[in-house]
Write a protein that binds this ligand. Sequence first.
Ligand SMILES: Cc1cc2nc3c(=O)[nH]c(=O)nc-3n(C[C@H](O)[C@H](O)[C@H](O)COP(=O)(O)O)c2cc1C
Length: 387
Amino acid sequence: MNFWRNIAKPIIGLSPMDGVTDASFRFIAAKYGPPDVTVTEFVNVEAALYAPHTLIRDLAYSEIERPVVAQIYGHTPELFYKVAHVIGELGFDGLDINMGCPVKTVASKGSGAGLILKPELAQSIIRAARQGIEDWSAGQTLDDLSLKPALIQGVRELNRRRFDRETSRARRAIPVSVKTRLGYDDVVVETWIQTLLEEKPAAITLHGRTLKQQYKGSADWDAIARAVEIAKNSDTLILGNGDLRDMADVYRRVCETHVDGVLIGRAAQGEPWIFRAKEHVKQALRSQCGEMIHDVPVSLAERFSVMLEHSAHFAGHTQIHSFVGMRKHLAWYCKGTRGAAELRAQMVRVKDIDEVAALLRAYAESLGAAFAANYPPTSPEPHTLRP
Ligand SMILES: Cc1cc2nc3c(=O)[nH]c(=O)nc-3n(C[C@H](O)[C@H](O)[C@H](O)COP(=O)(O)O)c2cc1C
């Protein structure tokens, strides 16, 4: 069951962003985009041993996100094997291994982009994750793995909420993919891609920078194109990633590099509807007419209404997140509005959805906008993680 193959190319998905693409943001992106695929924030496999509640918290998702992929990171193959069972049991459509995180605390331990320096370990991790998925799909249960009882309970609870039953609906061998960078200090994409291809991942997403670059400079799409060339006779899809600002950028990069798809990260911050225009790209590529690419405009009224809906969804998870985590999203949503700086300064101090609604109403009234009467909404029902 390789969902990657069922998506019309180019695949245009939401890139995982720790602290950003949580369950609420992904719900909103899926509702107002949707992207072709969503990926969770990365989750440390060690959490299975030491902090099962964080693993469960970060692996919550809603049905409308499908296909939805769980991203994990670490440096211990045995833990990838075990967590692969958890991901299968939770009903994810795919498992992605992070081999690109440049953060010192991650990479210095040999996880994330640190794995670029340890190709054999990287290969063992892919094999362990795939074996975990295969054994789970063949019938092995979480109880067979001596996992923490809190982890098993957490999985059952999440499944009960989503499926109305404790176990996943069907056991299927979901695809394993990798997200990585061009190299550690230097670009070594040619050898690194070969190493990964030996393990036949379903897809590789390449962020066009090295670890050393972090987020500096520009993404090197020529290097991504070289990876596409190397992988062209394999069954692995190559997705490009880095600095895509809008669908016109996506169209250009797909034409130039022939990637099978892209993941969009920062451009979706405060713009979850960016994916609305993805069909324009697919259509333009079919008809070879780049002039068809334009982003779908979003009215101020809709922007504000999404801000409230996102806040309500987020607030529905206050047992998981404090509302503080919503502030950055609210600030991003202000981008491009008149007097954005002032509105943003107010949004980064809000404590709850009532304050958000009051600020939006005052702002809309100051513009004389008729939709000011919509705020606060009659009753913002907190959303649950159910579809
Ligand atoms: C705040 C933040 C958090 C990120 N967290 C993750 C992560 O958890 N997993 C991952 O693979 N990449 C992560 N990334 C990298 C992005 O997925 C993406 O590769 C990078 O931002 C380049 O794409 P962009 O230019 O479209 O943003 C993160 C990036 C940002 C800005």
